[in-house]
Design a protein around this ligand. Structure first.
Ligand SMILES: C[S@@+](CC[C@H](N)C(=O)[O-])C[C@H]1O[C@@H](n2cnc3c(N)ncnc32)[C@H](O)[C@@H]1O
Length: 173
């Protein structure tokens, strides 16, 4: 599915990065939740663009990304946790980012450990309306809400809002 490949949601991710770039100067930790991460293409895209933007040292020292999805088998076991993707998934990705942030095999690319180590995975159903944590600086939720009714969307957004740190922001499409 096209929306699940790399270098999608770049506009939304850029907005999130602009937000984090302000916070990084005066916070020792940045907490981000990617809610409904799917195959984690966008999660790693965000992590890579964040590392590019704030530098790998700040990314390593300060950033924690929690990536959640209801679909544990497809998401976590097959791709996300080990960061392995078919080469065809990276066709939109600039070559310099591919060589900098992926290990290459004959048939696939793997996201490098220095990016993956800051991403934690959890199975989570948004419709429980229970958060996976608190004090998030940013919550990103892309291409997920359309699965839900307007009432469910409102409850999920309320849960997101109560999971944010003061000044934290929700990024959704
Ligand atoms: C279209 S994908 C979007 C994936 C990713 N956010 C992106 O933009 O590429 C929608 C994702 O929402 C997840 N999802 C659907 N219902 C959910 C729920 N109740 N709780 C958590 N995730 C859910 C699906 O498993 C799927 O991975």
């Amino acid at each position: 599915m096209s929306f699940s490949q790399f270098f999608k949601n770049v506009e939304l991710i850029s907005e999130l990065i602009d937000h984090v770039k302000i916070l990084i100067n005066f916070q020792s930790e940045i907490r981000i939740w990617d809610a409904g991460c799917g195959m984690c293409h966008s999660t790693y895209m965000m992590a890579i663009l964040l590392a590019e933007s704030i530098g790998m040292q700040a990314y390593t020292d300060k950033v924690t990304i929690i990536a959640t999805d209801i679909d544990e088998l497809r998401t976590f076991k097959s791709n996300a946790e080990i960061g392995i993707y078919p080469k065809s998934n990276l066709t939109n990705m600039p070559n310099d980012l591919v060589s900098k942030y992926f290990e290459e095999d004959n048939f696939y690319y793997q996201v490098k450990e220095n990016i993956r180590q800051k991403v934690q995975y959890k199975r989570h159903d948004l419709l429980t309306y229970k958060s996976v944590g608190s004090d998030f600086d940013a919550i990103i939720c892309s291409n997920v809400m359309h699965h839900f009714s307007p009432i469910e969307q409102g409850k999920v957004l309320d849960m997101f809002t109560s999971s944010l740190k003061s000044g934290g922001m929700i990024f959704r499409v």
